[in-house]
Design a protein around this ligand. Structure first.
Ligand code: CU
Ligand code: ZN
Length: 198
């Protein structure tokens, strides 16, 4: 007698855990909403970010047949961008140094990075004259094959529509003559790195 009568009682009992689980997920959603309720603080975070310099880094890896590598750091200071260059295993002398359009170093020769970053439709040239925005001139390696130099560049935003983050930094085998179109005749691409926020 007690068994048949207890079975109807078991059904609501067995569905109870489901209801508890459902209630827990509602609670989870509610706490997620509560977390979203913190979002009014977002403008404060935005202001905090504004006060800090925007910075980025490209870690350059050798292309096929090359051992050239290094790190290039970028940071915005006022209207200028500071470029800090550390490269290794170059041949002594000058090497073309550019921001290329696409952040894709996947090809063995780094041709996947495309041409020089040129959002202004300018000819290739020296940094002091009409030039692609990605034309950073040459870097010069010493007898030990390293480059350790810093310089400031104008008009080289890191972020935004014309930012260099997400593009590639490339160092070449030959000097950039800053005249030959469209790339300064700077030869093979020896190392390539995608520019990322840091
Ligand atoms: Cu280049
Ligand atoms: Zn160029």
């Amino acid at each position: 007698m007690s068994q048949p009568s207890s079975q109807p009682d078991l059904r609501p009992a067995s569905s109870a855990p489901v209801r508890v689980a459902a209630r827990l997920s509602v609670l989870a959603a509610a706490s997620a909403l509560a977390a979203c309720g913190m979002m009014p603080d977002a403008p404060t975070f935005g202001l905090m970010n504004h006060g800090q310099p925007t910075s980025a880094i490209a870690r350059l890896a050798p292309t096929s047949g090359s051992t050239v590598e290094g790190e290039i750091r970028f940071s915005e200071h006022g209207g200028d961008t500071l470029v800090e260059i550390n490269l290794r295993h170059l041949s002594p002398g000058s090497h073309g140094f550019h921001v290329h359009e696409k952040g894709d170093c996947s090809a063995a020769d780094a041709l996947s990075a495309g041409g020089h970053f040129n959002p202004d439709g300018q000819p290739h040239g020296a940094p002091e004259t009409a030039h692609h925005r990605g034309d950073l001139g040459n870097v010069t390696a010493g007898a030990d094959g390293t480059v350790n130099v810093n310089f400031h560049v104008k008009n080289l935003a890191l972020t935004g529509d014309d930012g260099i983050v997400g593009r590639a930094l490339i160092v070449h085998a030959a000097p950039d003559d800053m005249a030959t179109q469209p790339s300064g005749n700077s030869g093979k691409r020896l190392a390539c790195g995608v520019i990322v926020r840091n």
